[in-house]
Design a protein around this ligand. Structure first.
Ligand code: FES
Length: 218
């Protein structure tokens, strides 16, 4: 492995913390892969070897899991993972247009990264946020009710190094490495910064209550 001594020591400490949360070592693999991404920006060959060594697995077993989930990246990822939902509802509400214009604007396609290493574009399937269609996500933070122009502005600001806030809260978008560390289970203390769901998501519940509907019957 090519990690320097300091990085390797920190990785080992963090891995011990993660492994201690599970009754069986191998159960820690998913957060361990996020931990590797928080250091390398993707699941690197070194990261695979590190996970295998810490969890008593083979490199092939670690690779098999890492290649199954789209959140694990197999080559250096952009600082910001920008996903545009192109599933049915978002697509008809403008998601397809956002994708076309954004992709042309930054000059990269699906799962490709801009030359400055800032942005990786991704065509997303439904994010269960259809009532805010069309939606975009940056490092898994929601940007609701987007337009081609608002999407391009978000990406331009990210590439210019400006602070960018998702539409559901004041929290500044984290980098891919920062959010990977949170996904590995290390709290950054910012979980309560966003505003949670808004009125459109609760509209169905309110209508059901107003009508006196019970589960399974009107
Ligand atoms: S179709 Fe885009 S969030 Fe559901």
């Amino acid at each position: 492995m090519t990690y320097d001594e300091t990085t390797l020591a920190q990785l080992r400490d963090d891995a011990a913390d993660i492994v201690s949360r599970y009754p069986v070592k191998r159960s820690a693999l998913l957060p361990m892969l996020h931990l590797v991404q928080s250091v390398d920006g993707f699941v690197s060959p070194d990261g695979i070897r590190f996970c295998a060594e810490r969890l008593d697995l083979s490199a092939a077993e670690v690779s098999a899991v890492a290649t199954f989930y789209t959140q694990y990246k197999r080559r250096p990822n952009g600082e910001y993972q920008v996903g545009v939902c192109v599933n049915t509802l978002c697509a008809v509400m403008g998601g397809d247009r956002i994708w076309d214009e954004l992709s042309e604007h930054v000059g990269v396609g699906n799962d490709e990264t801009t030359a400055d290493g800032k942005v990786t574009l991704e065509r997303l399937e439904c994010n269960a946020a259809c009532d805010y269609a069309p939606v975009m996500m940056v490092n898994w933070e929601f940007f609701d009710n987007q337009t081609p122009d608002s999407a391009k502005q978000v990406v331009d600001d990210l590439r210019a190094g400006k602070d960018v806030a998702p539409t559901r809260g004041p929290a500044k978008v984290c980098t891919f490495k920062e959010v990977s560390r949170v996904l590995a289970g290390f709290d950054d203390g910012r979980a309560n910064e966003d505003q949670g769901v808004g009125a459109p998501t609760l509209a169905g519940v309110k209508a059901a209550k107003a009508q006196g509907w019970k589960e399974g019957k009107k």
